[in-house]
Design a protein around this ligand. Structure first.
Ligand SMILES: CC(=O)CC(=O)SCCNC(=O)CCNC(=O)[C@H](O)C(C)(C)COP(=O)(O)OP(=O)(O)OC[C@H]1O[C@@H](n2cnc3c(N)ncnc32)[C@H](O)[C@@H]1OP(=O)(O)O
Length: 392
C-alpha cells in the first residue's frame, strides 16, 4: 500500500515537472531498440573481416586499420557472423550471384529485429497492441511481397485493420521520413497511435574489398545493424508519458546530387557508391535548412547553441563539418558522436539511438535542459530530412 502510494507520488511529481504538449501535436510516447546477437568489437574487426573474405592484401589491411580508428566506432551489432559465412561461403566471392541467399538471411532478420524493438517499445508505452491503429515500417535491407510490415503486424498480433505504410530503400534518412509520416497520421486521425519501426542489416551490401571501390572499406568500418521502434500519438492520455513533441518537419533534396550516394540492386546484392564530396555538400547546405526549421519555433531569439541536437552521424567528417559551419559548442553533438561509437552507422535506426541518448541527457538536466531541438538525417538524393522538436 505504502509502495503504491510512493510510486503514484513519484509519477505525480514527474508529470508536474513536465512541459505540456501542444493540443493536437504529435508526440513520441515510447522508444525501443533491438540488436542482433553478434557483437563486433572494432579492435577485432580487421582480422575477422579479412579472414572471412580470405583477403591477405597488406595495403587493404592497412587502410581498413586506419578507417577503423578514424570512423571512431567501437562496437557494432551484425546479423552476419562466422556461421553465416560457413553456411553461405559464396558471399565472400566477388561476382557470385547471391541476391537470393542475401534476401533469405535479411528478410527474416529484419522482421525479427523490428519485432524485438516493437516489444521493448510497447512495454515502455504501457498500453496494449490492440490500441495500435497504424504502422509505419521502414527498411532498406529487405525485399519481398508482401513486405515486412505484414509479417511484423502478424507476429505482434496487431489488428488486421491496422493501417500500414511501408518505406523501402530510403537509406539513412528513412527513420526521419517515417517520423514525418507518423506525425501527419497522428495529427489527422484523433485518438490514433502509430507504431513506427526501422530495421536494417548490411547483409545486402556485404562485399569483399576491391581497389576500384574504395568506399566499400569505409562501409566495412562504419555500418552496423539493428532496429528501433517508436509509438507516436497526439493528445496523450493520463497513463502515457510523452517525452518529445514533433513540432515541425521539413524534407529537401539538393538538385544535381543524385549520384553522390548511389545504390544499385544486382544479382550480387546492393552495390553502394559513396562519394567523397558528401560531407562538403552537407556542410554547404545545412545552415539554411536548420534556419528554416528553427524559424518555426516562433521565438526570434533562439540561437543554434540554445538547442539540443540529434544529428545522424553519417561519419565523423559530416559531424565535424556541421559543427564548424554552425559554430556549435562541442557538447551539442555529443549524443550523435556517442551513438556512432556504440552502434556504428545503423542507417535509418541511428536517429532514434541518438534521440534515446538525448532523452537521457535532458532528463539529467531537468527543467534547466533545452526545450527546443533539431533532429537531422541525410541520405541518397542528397536528401535532408529534419525535425524541429520540443522536449517535454
Ligand atoms: C546510407 C545513407 O543513406 C546515408 C549515410 O549515412 S551514408 C554514409 C555517410 N558517411 C560518409 O560519407 C563518411 C564520411 N567520411 C568520414 O567520416 C571520414 O572521411 C572517414 C571517417 C570515413 C575517414 O576519415 P579520415 O581517415 O580521417 O580521413 P579521410 O582522408 O577522409 O579518409 C581516409 C581514407 O578513407 C578513404 N575514404 C574516405 N571516404 C571515402 C569515400 N567516400 N569513398 C572512397 N574512399 C573514401 C580514402 O581512401 C582515404 O584514403 P586516401 O587518402 O587514399 O584517399
Amino acid at each position: 500500500m505504502l509502495a503504491t502510494g510512493r510510486v503514484a507520488k513519484q509519477k505525480e511529481i514527474a508529470q508536474s515537472t513536465r512541459r505540456v504538449a501542444n493540443q493536437g501535436k504529435a508526440t513520441v510516447l515510447a522508444l525501443g531498440k533491438a540488436f542482433p546477437s553478434n557483437v563486433v568489437s572494432q579492435e577485432n574487426l580487421v582480422e575477422e573481416y579479412l579472414r572471412e573474405i580470405k583477403c591477405d592484401d597488406p595495403s587493404i589491411k592497412e587502410k581498413l586499420q586506419h578507417l577503423c580508428k578514424t570512423t571512431t566506432v567501437k562496437t557494432r551489432y551484425t546479423v552476419m557472423s562466422s556461421e553465416t559465412m560457413q553456411k553461405y561461403p559464396e558471399l565472400a566471392t566477388e561476382g557470385s550471384p547471391t541476391i537470393k541467399q542475401r534476401l533469405e538471411i535479411a528478410n527474416e532478420a529484419v522482421v525479427q529485429m523490428a519485432y524485438e524493438a516493437s516489444l521493448a517499445c510497447i512495454k515502455e508505452w504501457g498500453r496494449g497492441v490492440e490500441d495500435i491503429t497504424h504502422l509505419v515500417y521502414v527498411s532498406s535491407s529487405e525485399f519481398r511481397l508482401p513486405g515486412g510490415d505484414l509479417y511484423l503486424s502478424a507476429q505482434l498480433g496487431l489488428s488486421n485493420e491496422v493501417q500500414r505504410v511501408m518505406f523501402y530503400f530510403l537509406g539513412c534518412y528513412g527513420g526521419v521520413s517515417g517520423m514525418r509520416v507518423a506525425k501527419d497520421i497522428a495529427e489527422n486521425n484523433p485518438g490514433s497511435r502509430v507504431l513506427l519501426t526501422t530495421s536494417e542489416t548490411m547483409v545486402l551490401g556485404f562485399r569483399p574489398p576491391n581497389k576500384a571501390r574504395p568506399y566499400d572499406l569505409v562501409g566495412a568500418a562504419l555500418f552496423g545493424d539493428g532496429a528501433a521502434a517508436l509509438i507516436i500519438g497526439a493528445d496523450p492520455t493520463e497513463s502515457e508519458s510523452p517525452f518529445m513533441e514533433l513540432h515541425y518537419a521539413l524534407q529537401q533534396f539538393l538538385p544535381g546530387t543524385q549520384g553522390v550516394i548511389d545504390g544499385r540492386l544486382s544479382e550480387e546484392g546492393i552495390s553502394f557508391k559513396l562519394g567523397r564530396e558528401l560531407p562538403q555538400k552537407i556542410e554547404d547546405n545545412i545552415e539554411e535548412f536548420c534556419k528554416k526549421l528553427v524559424a518555426k519555433a516562433g521565438s526570434g531569439s533562439l540561437e543554434l547553441n540554445d538547442l539540443f541536437w540529434a544529428v545522424h552521424p553519417g561519419g565523423p567528417a559530416i559531424l565535424n563539418g556541421l559543427e564548424t559551419k554552425l559554430k556549435l559548442k562541442p557538447e551539442k553533438l555529443e549524443c550523435s558522436r556517442q551513438a556512432l561509437v556504440d552502434y556504428g552507422n545503423a542507417s535509418s535506426n541511428t536517429i532514434f539511438y541518438i534521440m534515446d541518448k538525448v532523452r537521457g541527457e535532458l532528463e539529467k538536466k531537468g527543467r534547466g535542459g533545452e526545450e527546443w531541438g533539431l533532429g537531422l538525417a541525410f541520405g541518397p538524393g542528397i536528401t535532408f530530412e529534419g525535425f524541429l522538436m520540443r522536449s517535454l
